[in-house]
Design a protein around this ligand. Structure first.
Ligand SMILES: [Zn+2]
Length: 656
């Protein structure tokens, strides 16, 4: 049985006071375990791409909602509403349709006062949302209440369930997630203080998810026993600074209007109202205060549906599969991660999973390059030499070294983004030493597995893919590992160079330079040309050339370019996509000895991207010429979102 289900099964048998006592202890431990992550997770402050700002030029947004869990809470609603209105605020009240009787008069009073009504579950029981099938059966009934109440929003009881299921409902928005909250039964934050669009599993409907961004009242005042609302204020200050959305979900069930005399699970109403006064006093006229449905409307009109495209690329069956793999929350488990990959694109993909691994003790096993040395200077790391399957003895040399590291560090999980030159040996040793091994296929493989993926699959070991394309048993899509919102250098530069990248492969690739050179002569390529040559030795007067540089320098070159011509390189391609830069891919060809083996030609990312309209793949000078001629047709709005990958990895690691 899953831990969450178990809890709900036993819950009625445990006296409430004892439940609270247990949860208080757990909350304190969780708080200690999450420094630098709660109440503020700095990463959650990243601004969405193409962010135009809030309406009326306001600096941040303020949204107030109330989940009304019980009849007791219902009794407090009108009073709460009137006090809010007196202070000049509006809010929404989310009622449980099958939880208690909601009089029509109450509903009408709320909506007629310019407040909003939403639906909070069907019953308030968490088990109803335990799987997609159960939830699907409830959808028509929840939709009936949404219609009857003229409601646009839905919130999940106890933040259970799944955002993509919610998208099956007839809703404009939902609030069933949070930026960071280790105290929830499933502590997987979405890592943003901005709304985002969620498509349903069939991808024919979507809604705007509004994560709550101020800690829950129950966690703050009942579990952590905070005496005042200074945590709320601190978080509001931070949100005001970053320009996100302050969304506070308070429960009338726990609010006491009896001053400081309050019961076990209550807190003084003043904790809430003094926050409103604080916001109004300190930030007067600087925030956009709106009802959740107005925020949803604004968001949907600002960001069209395709913004949601890469939220998740998984199918229903894959999703169920993942859910069953990842269920349960053992937040107390001692986790230690070994992060293993080679430098370059594999390394960058791992780094993009920062929000996942930063929560756990960890160390790295990587090969030593300027990139890994520099980026990991403040991390615990072990350098090993990469091996190659053509030189089997290189693995024999690697094995005792990796074995020594694993014995000393004793990780609970090894996370790999490949490739085999670094990952094979850790995988084999993980079986010997009984360490969990999680392999994520690289972004560059769309329709088939890497050598490492194929190898691991021979052991029937599950594999995560970043695309939908591989339809094999034990291969699950988790969406991209790469995040669009990691800070990339966005400074505006004059876009006047053409940047040509040959990467770091040891085989020479003069064909691409010859093609570029002759197109410069033909004046097809105009302006300054900068070529990163790597290991290719080639003399040309027509371009500025250099061999290698830092990743930051590559970013700068891409940013400064009109367009980029590159070998097939997930690293460069990803940077171009993230920086919204047009690029043409000229793959290396084994026939010309530009690659060590034929199987190295397996990367199909650029073909997938060509199919999606983000690049042209060319094989010779003539094709390159043609591609440059129609470069204006390329799209530049690719979106990455790794929230699903992060949630799945976290839950897998936490559930053992
Ligand atoms: Zn609730």
């Amino acid at each position: 049985m899953k831990a969450v289900d178990f809890f709900y099964l036993l819950k009625p048998l445990i006296p409430r006071r004892m439940q609270i006592g247990i949860r208080r202890r757990r909350a304190l431990i969780k708080r200690k375990r999450n420094p630098g992550k709660w109440p503020i997770d700095p990463i959650a402050g990243r601004v969405p791409n193409d962010w135009p700002g809030w309406p009326e030029g306001k600096g941040f947004a303020l949204v107030l909602i109330h989940d009304v869990d019980t009849a007791k809470g219902l009794g407090n609603c009108l009073k709460l509403m009137e006090l809010e209105r007196d202070l000049g605020f509006v809010s929404s009240f989310n009622f449980v349709p099958k939880g208690y009787h909601l009089p029509d008069t109450t509903r009408r009073k709320i909506t007629e006062s310019g407040f909003e009504i939403g639906v909070h579950g069907l019953t308030h029981e968490g088990r109803a949302f335990k799987n997609y099938r159960t939830f699907s059966q409830l959808v028509p009934r929840i939709n009936e209440f949404l219609k009857e109440w003229n409601a646009a929003g839905y919130t999940s009881p106890s933040m259970l369930g799944n955002l993509r299921w919610v998208a099956d409902l007839n809703v404009a928005y939902g609030c069933s997630s949070f930026d960071t909250d280790p105290f929830e039964p499933r502590p997987y934050g979405v890592g943003t203080i901005f709304p985002f669009i969620v498509p349903n599993l069939a991808k024919d409907k979507s809604y705007v998810e509004l994560p709550y961004t101020l800690p829950q009242d129950h966690s703050m005042f009942v579990l952590l026993q905070e005496r005042d609302n200074s945590i709320w204020k601190r978080k509001v200050d931070w949100i005001a600074e970053t320009g996100g959305m302050a969304l506070l979900n308070t429960h009338p069930d726990y609010i006491s209007f009896a001053g400081n005399k309050h019961a076990l699970e209550e807190y003084p109403a003043d904790n809430y109202f003094s926050l409103l006064e604080y916001v109004n006093g300190r930030y007067k006229d600087r925030y956009w205060h709106a009802l959740p449905r107005d925020v949803a409307h604004f968001w949907k009109t600002t960001f069209p549906m395709d913004a949601a495209y890469s939220y998740d690329g998984t199918s229903i069956s894959a999703s169920n599969r993942v859910a069953s793999l990842s269920h349960g929350n053992k937040y107390f488990r001692k986790v230690k991660l070994a992060l293993t990959c080679s430098s370059g694109g594999h390394f960058e993909q791992m780094q993009n999973l920062y929000q996942f691994y930063q929560e756990f003790p960890r160390f790295w096993i990587v090969n030593k390059t300027p990139q890994t040395e520099y980026s990991l200077s403040s991390e615990s790391r072990h350098f090993i030499n990469g091996a190659h399957f053509r030189k089997p003895w290189t693995y024999v040399v690697q094995a005792p070294r990796v074995y020594g590291i694993l014995r000393r560090e004793r990780p609970t999980h090894i996370i790999s983004t490949g490739p085999g030159m670094i990952g094979f040996i850790p995988f084999l040793l993980s079986r010997l030493l009984k360490i969990k091994f999680i392999h994520i296929e690289t972004f560059s493989h769309v329709n088939h597995l890497t050598k490492m993926g194929k190898f691991i699959r021979m052991f029937r070991h599950p594999i995560f893919s970043q695309w939908d394309g591989v339809e094999l048993k034990n291969v699950l899509s988790i969406g991209t590992a790469i995040s669009n919102s990691l800070p990339v250098m966005q400074e505006k530069r004059s876009e006047d160079i053409v940047f040509v990248a040959l990467g770091m492969r040891e085989h020479a690739f003069p064909r691409i330079i010859e093609a570029v050179e002759s197109l410069i002569k033909e004046k097809v390529i105009e302006g300054k040309v900068v070529i990163q040559m790597g290991f290719t030795k080639y003399q040309t007067e027509l371009a500025e050339t250099f061999d290698f540089c830092t990743p930051a320098e590559i970013n700068r070159l891409i940013t400064s370019s009109k367009y980029v011509i590159t070998q097939e390189s997930a690293g460069i391609v990803t940077k171009c996509l993230r920086l919204g830069k047009k690029f043409i891919v000229m793959p290396r060809d084994y026939e010309y000895k530009e690659l060590p083996t034929k199987s190295d030609m397996n990367e199909d990312l650029h073909y997938k991207l060509a199919e999606l309209g983000f690049t042209f793949v060319v094989h010779d000078k003539e094709q390159l010429k043609e591609a440059i001629g129609k470069i204006g047709q390329l799209k530049t709005d690719f979106r990455f979102d790794n929230s699903r990958a992060i949630a799945i990895l976290k839950s897998m690691v936490e559930s053992g």
